[in-house]
Design a protein. Structure first.
Ligand code: HEC
Ligand code: HEC
Length: 404
């Protein structure tokens, strides 16, 4: 009698357990058992690394000028550029945090609409910002200074500051000669100095770079730089993960825009137009590559921005972020939707939380259905994209706007 009671109790408990348990484990994608012995797809790997030299920016004549970079570094940390003297670029692009923000949604003068991404490696990008509202680093830098929820400054006040502060004035003149009378020209020059600094924020020689050099028979390689798990993760990244459909190129970004239909963050807007709005903003701005402040108004970047067409297809698209140097810059996604890498990967794995309201669904994404060991390997590979630390002198405000 006792035994039957016990048994039925077990049965009920078992049934409850089965009923309450989450969905059964998703079937695992067919990662071929021989995957580890397969030859590496060298052509694909050549597209990923090693990190090549930075492309030139002809729209900015001081892009690679060391005095400009030093002055720009000062400006990056100078809170006086903001309306209330409380906010600098580094407030949201925190050097301690991979030049990104710890908050999901950026908070300057007020709460913004998007997550502040990293600035490290942005110089490789073609369009800046999640929606690509700028076509150069210098144009991008001008936005936040006057944006009401970011620094809420004013170019007239900033010009007055540069003219009246003896050190700023001297630094400005050292780079550009006499301070221009036209405020917009001066404003663009500030952006160009900041861009020169940002071009130095590149973390080279990640374990992946060292390893890929050895696979591609390039000098400076190290075949042991990726361990077995990381190599397995790379196999998944290149193969069943289908990540290189978008994360291709030396920053592991195709530099283009896609709609992954990420869930929205509770503090974020529900209908961010993304690229749809970004394409219009960049084309309308006098500070774009084709405009009067560009140093190459007939160059490639100018042709690109002139050729842009604002298409409704691009509503809700965001730029593919770089996957280099992920470790320090959580949270992830354009609204900081994902607190950690694990949650990004489980999104891709099931696509369960996708926000399916938008009609233009990105057809490229399919649930990966990887098991937890495969997801762990993928994450281990992503963390092997962490480059060497930046030199200490670049991650803090310099002592003065002018070099000794
Ligand atoms: C209040 C927070 C905040 C401040 C202050 C701020 N930013 Fe940003 N930054 C953001 C956000 C949010 C984005 C994403 C914007 C978008 O998607 O349009 C961004 C994007 C960027 C990007 C684009 C990175 C990429 O790869 O696309 C760069 C570069 C950048 N900011 C530089 C600066 C500079 C330079 C300053 C100072 C002049 C600055 N930011 C001030 C929040 C901030
Ligand atoms: C269809 C193109 C596409 C594919 C395929 C894709 N991604 Fe992405 N990925 C993006 C875009 C676009 C974003 C930014 C989305 C957003 O914020 O709305 C992103 C964001 C991310 C982020 C967050 C990075 C950050 O700085 O916020 C990670 C990590 C990531 N992807 C990894 C992967 C991995 C790993 C794979 C393969 C399993 C993959 N992605 C497949 C386009 C893609």
């Amino acid at each position: 009698m006792r035994r039957t009671l016990l048994c039925s109790l077990c049965l009920v408990l078992g049934l409850l357990w089965v009923l309450c348990d989450k969905k059964p484990e998703p079937p695992v994608a067919p990662v071929p058992a021989t995957a580890l012995e397969d030859p590496w797809p060298l052509d694909l790997l050549r597209h990923l690394g090693p990190l090549p030299p930075l492309p030139a920016d002809p729209t900015n004549s001081v892009a690679d000028n060391p005095a400009a970079a030093h002055y720009g570094q000062w400006l990056f940390f100078d809170k006086r550029l903001s309306g209330d003297g409380e906010v600098s670029c580094a407030t949201c692009h925190d050097p301690e945090h991979g030049f990104a923000d710890t908050r999901p949604i950026a908070l300057g003068k007020a709460l913004g609409e998007r997550h502040a991404p990293t600035v490290i490696g942005s110089a490789y990008q073609r369009w800046l910002g999640w929606g690509g509202r700028a076509d150069s680093l210098w144009m991008q830098a001008l936005g936040p200074m006057e944006n009401e929820v970011e620094m809420a400054g004013d170019r007239q006040d900033i010009a007055r500051l540069v003219r009246s502060d003896p050190l700023l004035r001297q630094a400005h003149e050292e780079v550009y000669g006499e301070i221009p009378k036209d405020v917009d020209t001066l404003f663009a020059q500030l952006g160009k100095a900041i861009a020169a600094y940002e071009r130095l924020l590149i973390q080279k020689d990640s374990p992946f770079d060292l390893w890929v050099r050895s696979i591609l028979d390039l000098p400076g390689g190290d075949p042991t730089a990726l361990n077995e798990e990381q190599q397995r993760g790379l196999r998944i990244f290149l193969g069943p993960g289908r990540c290189t459909l978008c994360h291709l190129g030396p920053t592991l970004s195709d530099l283009e825009f896609h709609n992954n239909q990420l869930p929205t963050h509770p503090d974020g807007p529900r209908d961010d137009a993304g690229r749809y709005r970004g394409a219009r903003l960049v084309q309308e701005s006098p500070f774009n590559a084709a405009g009067p402040y560009s140093d190459a108004p007939e160059g490639e970047a100018a042709k690109r921005v002139r050729a842009l067409v604002q298409s409704s297809e691009s509503f809700g698209e965001f730029r593919t972020p770089t996957l280099r140097n992920l470790a320090r810059r959580a949270p992830y996604g354009h609204q900081g939707q994902f607190p950690d890498l694990g949650s990004v990967l489980s999104f891709y794995n099931t696509l369960e939380d996708q926000d399916l309201r938008s009609h233009h669904q990105e057809q490229l994404l399919q649930p990966l259905r990887l098991d937890s060991a495969a997801l762990g390997a993928l994450e281990a590979f992503l963390l092997a994209l962490e480059g060497r630390d930046l030199p200490g002198h670049l991650v803090q405000a310099p002592v003065a706007p002018i070099r000794d």
